[in-house]
Design a protein around this ligand. Structure first.
Ligand SMILES: [Zn+2]
Length: 119
């Protein structure tokens, strides 16, 4: 399952960054093109976090819409489908602006005063 492997990657990164501390919250940014189902991601996470430093950790996910910029007419439009076509002129000479993100924005650990930024 796609979401399960994402959760594994998130967990590995969080544990590596937590350095033995408990993790309370992980903030993520996921683009539309990643085709992640929010409910599935959360239920996979609840299975995956079952023990260790992630036992009480919540996922805080910001979903980013897919946005493209058209080189023909200059419009920036948002896509519902993963189909690269301008929403204004129907042109196909477009550049992806957003929608391919998969970022861990921050990881909050129990004993730290501030959350740690992850690059
Ligand atoms: Zn256009």
């Amino acid at each position: 399952m796609h979401e399960l492997s994402l959760c594994q990657a998130i967990a590995d990164t969080a544990v590596a960054n937590a350095d033995g501390r408990d993790v309370e919250r992980i903030r993520l940014r996921i683009g539309h093109f990643r085709q992640v189902v929010p409910e599935t991601l959360q239920s996979c996470w609840r299975m995956r976090r079952s023990d260790g430093p992630l036992a009480r950790c919540e996922l805080d996910v910001e979903y980013v819409p897919a946005t493209i910029e058209c080189r023909t007419c200059g419009s920036t439009t948002t896509l519902d489908q993963p189909l690269l076509r301008c929403g204004a002129c129907d042109g196909t000479d477009v550049a992806l602006v957003s929608g391919d993100e998969f970022l861990i924005v921050s990881i909050d650990v129990t004993s730290a005063l501030a959350s740690e930024e992850v690059n």
